[in-house]
Ligand binder design. Sequence first.
Ligand SMILES: Nc1ncnc2c1ncn2[C@@H]1O[C@H](COP(=O)(O)OP(=O)(O)O)[C@@H](O)[C@H]1O
Ligand SMILES: [Mg+2]
Length: 143
Amino acid sequence: MTVIIVTGTPGTGKTTIARKIAGEKNLKYIDVNKLIEEQHLYDALDFDRDSKIVDTGKLNRALIKIIKEEKDVVIDSHLSHYLPKKYVDKCIVTKSSLEELKKRLKKRGYKEGKIRENLDAEIFDICRIEAEEAGHDVEVVQT
Ligand SMILES: Nc1ncnc2c1ncn2[C@@H]1O[C@H](COP(=O)(O)OP(=O)(O)O)[C@@H](O)[C@H]1O
Ligand SMILES: [Mg+2]
């Protein structure tokens, strides 16, 4: 069983890296955004943020089920590091410069407030710190 999770601020390159790893290591790529949609793993919509308020308990249960079924997976999500350490072999945290991140999120059509929030998340290194706190074996990848 090989479980690699890829976390990081939106726009820092998770999907790019996760798909690459999946191809190279022959692991199944798990698109968590799609899973959240398909299985309704959110409590509500956050209109101010143009996003969903995900129930991380439900998400973890859904991901653990997939891990048990599929065995070898790469999980792509900024919420993936909330998985308990015992299910995870390696946690990649993608990071990018603020300048680059701003450019990417603008290109994605994010509103100014949402860009600001994501830049702040990157500045405070939230995903990496939370991943470390959860006890994951963290590797930082600059994109
Ligand atoms: N290593 C990289 N070098 C250059 N551009 C990258 C790299 N990784 C991602 N990008 C670009 O940054 C944007 C966001 O990448 P993406 O993988 O979708 O991030 P995330 O899944 O974290 O939101 C995409 O346009 C992608 O082409
Ligand atoms: Mg992505």
